[in-house]
Design a protein around this ligand. Structure first.
Ligand code: SF4
Length: 706
């Protein structure tokens, strides 16, 4: 229970109200009730088809932030780079932003101003930011933090299946799968309520295979754990395809009728015989054969990837290799069959569907497609030639700030790249080099702390808007209470800036109004929302896209009849395993991998401020195998310095036999000198522009903790 001292009379209007809404954090978007009684707010469960009443610790404590003492309630601005941030009025803050934008664009061109969004923004915000950048700022420079999350599987899905929707089937398909291969996902910690589906699957006699370099709680619950070397995912997938071929488990009929390109994929897979795959991946041949048998003989099977294989500079190829396996087994387009990706951030999916990514336009349209450009230009009432083209990807945009041909001004909404970008200290320096850094956030995040102007925003329970969850189910967040005085919604901020820029475009500040335009913009696109209304979302517990106008039910399961490719067939892509971009050597002899813990979320701007969550995991740590630690005389809880070619991090050692001997793990939620991303490699996937977050070479040394 939380006291809401700042809400005063506004809250009284909502006394004793119960609002059915959703958790503000991950892509499961659990249904919950927010109960506001007088000056207190708390969370109660509600029956919703995804979480079925379950919530994790983060959901339960999500109202703790609504009146947190560190909440920003006034714009902040610094008079000069060496001056502190001081409270100013909204007019002063907006005036400064508009002047700096005008100066930058006059002196350095339209593309000297950029927008960087977060993967937790609603569909309405994603849509309006994409429109704001291209219509009001007339810049091509817009991207978002979701680029660091699901971009690789998104590209792979489009290449192979013609469409990118996290899960192309509902979560309710999971218990019916005889075999599930889950690669690089620790759902038991990252989205605990979803484990009920996997638990039921095993209770039904199903086999759960988890591939992960760590024996996570998810891997510990599995029937088979394939503890692969970080970065060897495509070799593992090819090895499983090799065995499917030699065990005669292929669905030849499906391959012939519904796919193209199998022979080339088969030819590549033929060189991944089991003992070679064991040498590459470290997965014992016996376990590989067991896993292949379970997959190949199952009547129904799901293959799911997540950030493990995807957050790599070969993330697209990794995802393609697992799609090849799914197609070869014919396990797609039927109940409890399919390939899917467990999306991470609350609305990483919707963000790219509605134009927050540099190469995409609303409705999952392509910015370099003439027909797509014409459709959106018409909706936005601009000449098609005035619609900018593809901008830089997230890391490329951030790493070129303040450089020749890079940005001079950047507006950040709901993101904290000082923590979440790879090679974080370099990115921080580039952000400091901007003439203007604006951050719109509810707290003084590490990025906001170095901004020139900070704009205080509303929180999830104080506004409405839609999100698109891990299944492609569009859900509606409702306003449960009024925001404190002094804050504004992102939509209100964008609306005011567009007006200040004298844009002729329509930039409503009401989410429902934005959604109506989004529906029209998405009509006829891959992610068609034109048949979705707030009322339908409410009455049907969410709507799965595509849902064209006139469609009453949406589309829970995709690919039953065909694939949305030019010829209606899914495409195999031959994938050769490539060595890691950073091979361990005598100077950096181990692998570093990064990830999440149950009590924290993303860059920690919110969860590090929730006492119960922070008490549970208050600081970064280094997981290291006891045998490896012994060689360096490192004991439990002692200080460890990790050094990569980008930087050094110091944290306490956690000795655990659950990690491979050649690998160390650090969670990425923490700030300052314990930022995991001080170490990570910014090498980008050539197709998705995803950095190599999940594998790089590291040196481990005993070190005092300051
Ligand atoms: Fe929130 Fe995700 Fe936890 Fe559900 S699983 S309560 S959506 S953080």
């Amino acid at each position: 229970m939380l006291t809401l001292p700042t809400l005063g009379a506004q809250t009284a209007a909502h006394a004793a109200s119960t609002t059915a809404t959703h958790c503000p954090y991950c892509s499961l978007q659990c249904g919950m009730n927010v109960v506001v009684a007088g000056d207190q707010a708390h969370v109660e469960t509600r029956d919703f088809p995804t979480n079925k009443g379950g919530l994790c610790q983060k959901g339960w404590t999500s109202t703790d932030l609504l009146s947190h003492p560190e909440r920003l309630t006034s714009p902040l601005m610094r008079a000069a780079k060496d001056q502190p941030l001081r409270p100013v009025t909204w007019d002063q803050a907006l005036e400064r932003i508009l002047k700096s934008i005008a100066d930058a664009q006059q002196n350095h061109g339209r593309n000297s101003v950029g927008v960087f969004g977060g993967g937790g923004l609603t569909n309405e915000k994603a849509y309006i930011l994409g429109k704001f950048a291209r219509v009001a700022l007339k810049t091509s420079e817009i991207d978002y933090n979701g680029r660091f999350c699901m971009a690789s599987s998104a590209v792979a899905n489009v290449k192979a299946l013609g469409l990118d929707r996290g899960l192309p089937f509902p979560l309710s398909d999971i218990p019916g799968a005889k075999t599930i291969l889950l690669v690089g996902s620790n759902v038991a910690e990252t989205m605990p309520p979803v484990m009920q589906y996997f638990d039921l699957q095993r209770k039904n006699g199903g086999c759960l295979i988890v591939a992960d370099p760590r024996r996570t709680p998810t891997a510990a619950a599995a029937s088979i754990h394939l503890q692969l070397t970080p970065g060897t995912d495509s070799a593992l997938a090819n090895g499983l395809l090799y065995l499917a071929i030699h065990n005669k488990d292929l669905d030849e009929k499906f391959i012939a009728a519904r796919t193209s390109g199998f022979e080339r994929a088969r030819k590549v897979a033929e060189s991944y015989w089991p003992d070679r795959v064991e040498r590459i991946t470290g997965v014992p041949e016996k376990l590989l054969r067991m896993a292949a048998r379970e997959l190949g003989t199952a009547a129904t099977a799901l293959i799911l990837t997540a950030r493990g294989p995807e957050q790599q500079s070969q993330g697209v190829e990794n995802a393609l290799a697992f799609i090849n396996l799914t197609l070869a087994l014919g396990k797609i387009g039927k109940p409890s069959c399919g390939f899917g990706t467990i999306t991470g951030q609350g609305n990483g999916q919707g963000g790219r569907e509605h134009g927050l990514k540099s190469d995409q336009l609303p409705g999952y349209r392509k910015i370099d497609n003439a027909d797509h450009r014409r459709h959106i230009a018409d909706i936005w009432n601009i000449a098609v030639d005035d619609l900018p083209g593809t901008g830089k990807s997230a890391y490329e945009m951030l790493s070129q700030c303040g450089m020749p041909n890079g940005l001079r001004a950047l507006l950040v909404f709901g993101s904290n790249p000082v923590n979440s970008a790879p090679r974080a200290s370099f990115v921080q320096d580039r952000l400091r080099a901007l003439d203007l850094l604006v951050v719109a956030d509810m707290f003084l995040s590490e990025t906001a702390a170095i901004a020139d102007v900070v704009l205080p925003t509303t929180q999830w329970a104080e506004e409405e808007g839609t999100m698109t969850n891990v299944e492609g189910r569009i859900i509606l967040r409702r306003r449960a209470l009024d925001p404190p005085a002094g804050v504004r919604t992102d939509l209100e901020i964008v609306s005011a800036l567009a007006k200040g820029l004298k844009s002729a475009g329509n930039f409503p500040s009401q989410a429902s109004e934005v959604f109506e335009e989004l529906r029209r913009a998405s009509a006829g696109g891959i992610s068609d929302y034109s048949g979705v209304t707030y009322e339908k979302i409410t009455s049907e517990n969410g709507v799965f896209w595509p849902c064209p106008a006139g469609n009453t039910t949406g589309t829970p399961r995709l690919f039953a009849e065909n694939f949305p490719t030019a010829d209606g067939r899914a495409r195999f892509h031959p994938v050769e395993f490539r060595q890691f971009s950073e091979q361990p050597d005598s100077e950096y002899p181990l692998f570093l991998t990064t990830g999440r813990v149950m009590a924290q979320y993303q860059s920690g701007t919110q969860t590090r401020r929730v006492k119960k969550l922070n008490d549970a995991v208050p600081e970064a740590f280094v997981e290291i195998h006891p045998a490896m630690a012994a060689t360096m005389k490192i004991g439990e809880g002692e200080g460890v310095a990790l050094t990569t070619r980008r930087g050094t991090l110091t944290a306490k050692a956690v000795l655990t036999q659950t990690i491979r001997m050649d690998t160390v793990f650090v969670p990425f939620h923490f700030a300052g000198e314990s930022r995991a991303n001080l170490l990570t490699n910014p090498k980008l996937d050539p197709f998705s522009r995803m950095p190599d977050f999940k594998v790089c070479a590291v040196r481990v040394e005993k070190a005092p903790i300051c």
